[in-house]
Design a protein around this ligand. Structure first.
Ligand SMILES: [Mg+2]
Length: 270
């Protein structure tokens, strides 16, 4: 991570840099090597086609990533663009990914650049509602009707995700996402570090918690990115379905138990 660059950008936004940013860089200032999806996963756990289809039929919990999976947008990028800092947040995200910055620090960095107020987040939600991916509402409806519990597991923000959950009849306690904190005057005050999804491997922690709390025996995680794939590690999701309908990522396709480009494939296989 380019610490001087981050310092300058945060100061421009009126916030002092925190020491937490420094942990992403090596002592000599070199960036950590990028992590490949294959490094995070478990080829020994990978299911075959027949096993995947069988597990899908009996899944009792299905977790959806939100950005570029349940919905066609990347909501953090969209919020940044709404706030007029889209380019700088996109650059910070790219640099954070190159530097292998832990998720919590990357979230702190991006929110620090955005400094969203309570009013701005509400205005954003109303002005730019998220759009569901094709066929996903029908899939969730069919899963719910057969008794499968649906969860949303996202590195994005509750203020933006809760309206979508309500529209899909997903209980709020089935949503694992991040909470932006505000001061009394509504200005930005950081984020809730106790949310499981605010940390690296947070989606794996969420999958573990869901299995414990709901007694799920066959939990499926569906998502487009590396943080979703992490949920498939030992003790977490029993199957990972990669979704390439918004963004196709070859490394995710290679590591997924099952890779789809459209939710119709899962609907047909129920
Ligand atoms: Mg995503």
């Amino acid at each position: 991570m380019d610490l001087q660059w981050v310092s300058e950008k945060i100061q421009e936004q009126g916030q002092h840099p925190r020491t937490v940013y420094q942990t992403g860089a090596r002592p000599n200032g070199q960036l950590c090597p990028p992590r490949r999806a294959g490094d995070q996963t478990r080829s020994s756990l990978c299911l075959g086609d027949k096993q995947s289809r069988e597990l899908w039929k009996r899944a009792d919990a299905v977790c959806f990533d939100v950005d570029s999976t349940l919905c066609t947008e990347e909501s953090i990028d969209e919020l940044a663009s709404f706030l007029g800092v889209g380019e700088i947040v996109a650059e910070a995200t790219a640099r954070a990914m190159q530097g292998d910055l832990p998720f919590e620090e990357s979230l702190d960095l991006r929110l620090g650049l955005m400094q969203p107020s309570s009013d701005q987040v509400q205005e954003y939600s109303q002005a730019r509602p998220l759009h569901l991916s094709p066929d996903v509402a029908g899939l969730i409806d069919k899963l719910q009707n057969r008794g499968t519990k649906i969860f949303l597991v996202s590195g994005g923000f509750r203020a933006i995700i809760h309206p979508i959950a309500e529209a899909l009849r997903i209980p709020i306690d089935h949503v694992y996402a991040n909470t932006i904190l505000f001061k009394e005057d509504g200005s930005y005050a950081g984020f809730d570090h106790t949310e499981l999804t605010s940390r690296s491997r947070g989606k794996h922690a969420a999958a573990v918690a869901i299995k414990e709390q709901h007694g799920s025996k066959s939990l499926v995680m569906i998502g487009d990115g590396a943080t979703d794939l992490e949920a498939r590690q030992e003790g977490g999701a029993d199957m990972f379905v990669g979704y390439g309908g918004v963004v196709r990522r070859p490394n995710i396709a290679a590591a997924a138990d099952w890779y789809i480009d459209a939710f119709g494939s899962l609907l047909e296989a129920l």
